[in-house]
Design a protein around this ligand. Structure first.
Ligand code: MEV
Length: 321
C-alpha cells in the first residue's frame, strides 16, 4: 500500500487566543499544504523523514521513544501521537513535506497532524470521516501543546473560510461569492503556540478583571466581523482587524517585529492588519481590498510576504496502490 495525503495551513482573520476560552474565531485555509506519504516499512520500525526540514527520525511505537539527532525533532511528537490513533505499530516509512513555516502562525503543526492521520488511516484501510480526522487531530494537539482549541485542526480538515464556535455542534462555512484579498507577512522570528497560550492563561489568572473583558471584546469583534464579511463591508472588516490587533497586544502576544510589519502594511494601503495565529513571532495578516501589490512590496523590503487566497480544499487523500 502507498498512500499520500495533504492538508492546508491556515490564517486566522479574527479571534485567536479568545477561541481557547470557547469564543468564536474566523479563519481561512490557505494554499500552502503539508504533504504526508506512507509506504510499507523499509525496516520493522516507524521511520520518519521530514524532507524539507532535513529531519530524520525513528519512532519506537511501544515505548513512545523518538530517536533523532535533529534539534528540531519536537515536530516528531505530532507524528507519534497521530499514528497512535490509527496504527498498530508495524513498520512503515513516512515521508513529509511541511511546506508551511513552523512557528509562523500558519497552522503547520495542525496541517502535518491532519495529513498524517489521514494518510496512515488510509494506509491501514480505515475509512475515517472528516469529523473523525478533525477530532483525532485536535486530541493530538491537546496532548502535544497541552492547550489548544479545535480551530487549526478544523480549518485544516475542512478548508474554506470558517466561523468556528468552539462549543457549537456544527462548524459554519462562510460562503461568500467574492475574494478576500489578504497578504501574509512572515517575520523571521518564531512563536511557540503552547507557551503563548499558557502565558495568556497566566496573565488572565493574575488579572481576571482586566483580561476577561479583553477576551469578551475579541468575541464581540469576531461576531461583528462575521456580519461585515457576509455583507462585504470592507471598511468595517479592516477597522475590526486593527482593533483585534490592539487587543492581542494588550494580552501580551505582540512583538516589535510583528508590530512594525503591521504598521508597514497599513502605511502601504492595507485596510486593516493584525497578528495572525499565536503571535510572539510568526506572521501578520493584512486585508487589502484596494490591491495587494503595494503591501507585498513594502513588506518584501525587509521581510517576506505572499498573497494568500482562500483554499476551498481541506484534507485530501490519494491511494496510489
Ligand atoms: C493558534 O493558531 C491559535 C491560538 O488561538 C491557539 C488555539 O486556538 O489553539 C493562539
Amino acid at each position: 500500500m502507498h498512500v499520500k495525503a495533504s492538508a492546508p495551513g491556515k490564517a486566522i482573520l479574527f479571534g485567536e487566543h479568545a477561541v481557547v476560552y470557547g469564543k468564536p474565531a474566523i479563519a481561512m485555509a490557505i494554499s500552502k499544504r503539508s504533504c504526508v506519504e506512507v509506504l510499507e516499512g523499509s525496516t520493522t520500525n516507524i521511520n520518519v523523514n521530514i524532507k524539507d526540514l532535513g529531519i530524520r527520525g525513528c519512532i519506537d511505537f511501544n515505548s513512545g521513544a523518538i530517536i533523532s539527532d535533529s534539534p528540531k525533532k519536537g515536530i516528531l511528537k505530532y507524528i507519534l501521537e497521530s499514528i497512535k490513533k490509527v496504527h498498530d505499530g508495524s513498520g512503515i516509512d513516512i515521508n513529509i513535506d511541511v511546506n508551511i513555516p513552523i512557528g509562523g502562525g500558519l497552522g503547520s503543526s495542525a496541517a502535518v497532524t491532519v495529513a498524517t492521520i489521514a494518510a496512515v488511516s488510509a494506509y491501514n484501510e480505515i475509512d475515517l470521516k472528516e469529523e473523525e480526522i478533525a477530532k483525532y487531530a485536535h486530541e493530538v494537539e491537546l496532548v502535544v501543546q497541552k492547550s489548544a482549541s479545535p480551530l487549526d485542526t478544523t480549518i485544516s480538515t475542512y478548508g474554506g473560510l470558517i466561523y468556528l464556535e468552539a462549543n457549537a455542534e456544527d462548524i459554519v462555512q462562510l460562503d461568500i461569492d467574492y475574494d478576500i484579498p489578504v497578504v501574509i507577512g512572515y517575520t523571521d522570528t518564531r512563536g511557540d503556540t503552547g507557551k503563548l497560550v499558557e502565558a495568556v492563561r497566566i496573565r488572565r489568572d493574575i488579572y481576571p478583571n482586566i483580561i476577561n473583558p479583553v477576551i469578551d471584546s475579541i468575541e464581540l469583534i469576531t461576531e461583528e466581523a462575521k456580519q461585515a464579511i457576509l455583507e462585504n463591508d470592507k471598511k468595517r472588516v479592516g477597522e475590526l482587524m486593527n482593533i483585534n490587533h490592539g487587543l492581542l497586544d494588550a494580552i501580551g502576544v505582540n512583538t516589535k517585529e510583528l508590530s512594525s510589519m503591521v504598521y508597514t502594511a497599513r502605511n502601504a494601503g492595507a485596510c486593516g492588519s493584525k497578528i495572525t495565529g499565536a503571535g510572539g513571532g510568526g506572521s501578520i495578516i493584512a486585508y487589502c481590498p484596494g490591491g495587494t501589490a503595494n503591501v507585498i512590496s513594502a513588506i518584501n523590503e525587509t521581510e517576506n510576504a505572499l498573497k494568500a487566497d482562500i483554499s476551498k480544499e481541506g484534507v485530501k487523500i490519494t491511494t496510489l496502490y
